[in-house]
Design a protein around this ligand. Structure first.
Ligand code: ZN
Length: 406
């Protein structure tokens, strides 16, 4: 039976308590058999019946639940580094999109990729991501925007779920933007989503969630309502990208629909945040998107005082968040969104699990849950997100098995 030894502290991150209640166990250990946790507690209280015999040496470091990146756009073709440099020189996200850049340029690059090419590239990313201590990842489609490519992206995720050790949770984001060929007939594109793609994706079980980007230049609140109500009818739970650049009132839609999460929230109103809190919608903050688009950061303390549970994710995508480094996003969430390191830790573990419907099995170190554990070369959470080594994680354990992290 494997167990952790020489661990300075285990943060169990069970959901009870406030956002900063990460439930540290000093000199703790975790014991598991197969893929399931059997016991968590102080090392010197380990009951005799656990004949723990395969030690994983934490070398005085800390153990946390495997990190969960609950918002990424993992599969896409190409990159957009030139746009990033143009933004540094003063162009806005909207200027770039109007000049033919932005999401639509990635759509062109993605449509030209075969499934094999997409799988190969994603697999390489996932390999690096797992080395950071991430064991579960949500992945969105949305760079195809036609039937064939949206299905190809979701089939890519289905293939990765079989070949990658990580837990992969797919989301259909056909409503990312309206593709160029439908510019003058938006309602036809929405019909394609509602009458063809959503039913087919639900029937083939290619996605757990349906997401809509509500923003000027993307979709309106009324369009999002139509798409997400259809998705709910087919068993796909709603998620939304809202209030990133403009507050269009979409927080009230997320609350009305009982969305599992509302993501971005940089420009949310106080009343919008309150509505989300009352409806139990998880607030997902995406600090990389603010950093790379040079926009204000979401106000995480205001969310917490409104009664929201906050998750932190990378938003990994080639435009507004080209890094998949979740610990760096957590450090930004501390310095720029105002979370404490403990609050950020809960945001990338149990609250992230909540944002993708996995709390029963993932996101905390509790008896009966999956043995997904990251061991960090750091004495504690405050030290980890302050010093932020290139990669503090020296051991990622997924479903009870140590992954190759070198
Ligand atoms: Zn996103």
């Amino acid at each position: 039976v494997p167990y952790l030894k020489n661990c300075s502290v285990v943060y169990t991150c069970e959901s009870s308590g406030a956002q900063d209640a990460v439930h540290p166990v000093a000199n703790g250990t975790v014991v598991w058999s197969g893929s399931t946790i059997d016991w968590v507690g102080p090392f010197n209280k380990l009951p005799a019946q656990f004949s723990a015999d395969q030690a994983i040496d934490c070398r005085g470091g800390m153990a946390i639940p495997g990190l969960i990146d609950c918002h990424t756009h993992l599969a896409f073709g190409g990159w957009r580094e030139n746009e990033c440099t143009a933004r540094i020189k003063g162009q806005s996200y909207a200027d770039i999109a109007n000049a033919g850049g932005g999401i639509l340029s990635t759509v062109r690059d993605t449509r030209s990729q075969s499934q094999e090419q997409l799988v190969t590239r994603c697999f390489q990313h996932l390999n690096q991501i797992s080395k950071l201590g991430v064991t579960t990842i949500e992945v969105k489609s949305g760079y195809g925007l036609d039937r064939a490519t949206e299905l190809r992206l979701l089939e890519t995720y289905r293939d990765l779920a079989k070949t990658s050790p990580l837990t992969i949770v797919p989301t259909f984001l056909g409503a990312h933007v309206v593709p160029t060929e439908f510019t003058d007939k938006r309602s036809d594109y929405i019909s394609l989503l509602c009458e063809e793609l959503i039913p087919e994706i639900a029937e083939r079980k290619l996605a757990n969630f349906c997401d809509v980007f509500v923003e000027q230049g993307a979709f309106t609140v009324a369009e999002a309502r139509q798409i997400l109500i259809t998705a709910q009818r087919y068993g796909l739970a709603p998620k939304l990208h809202i209030d990133q650049f403009h507050d269009l009132g979409a927080a009230f839609l997320a609350a009305e629909l009982g969305a599992i999460s509302a993501d971005h929230l940089e420009c949310s109103s106080d009343s919008g945040l309150k509505a989300l809190a009352e409806a139990g919608v998880v607030a997902v903050i995406l600090p990389f998107a603010s950093m790379y688009t040079r926009q204000p950061f979401a106000q995480a303390q205001k969310m917490l005082s409104s009664g929201l549970q906050v998750a932190v994710a990378t938003d990994f995508n080639p435009g507004s968040a080209p890094s998949y480094h979740l610990p760096f996003a957590m450090a930004l969430a501390c310095q720029m969104n105002g979370l404490t390191p403990a609050e950020a830790l809960k945001g990338a573990t149990i609250n992230a699990a909540k944002a993708i419907g996995l709390t029963a099995t993932h996101g905390s170190l509790e008896v009966g849950k999956c043995a997904d554990i990251a061991i960090m070369n750091s004495s504690g959470i405050d030290m980890w997100l302050y010093h932020l080594e290139a990669n503090s994680c020296f051991c990622t354990i997924k479903n009870g098995k140590e992954l190759e992290t070198k």
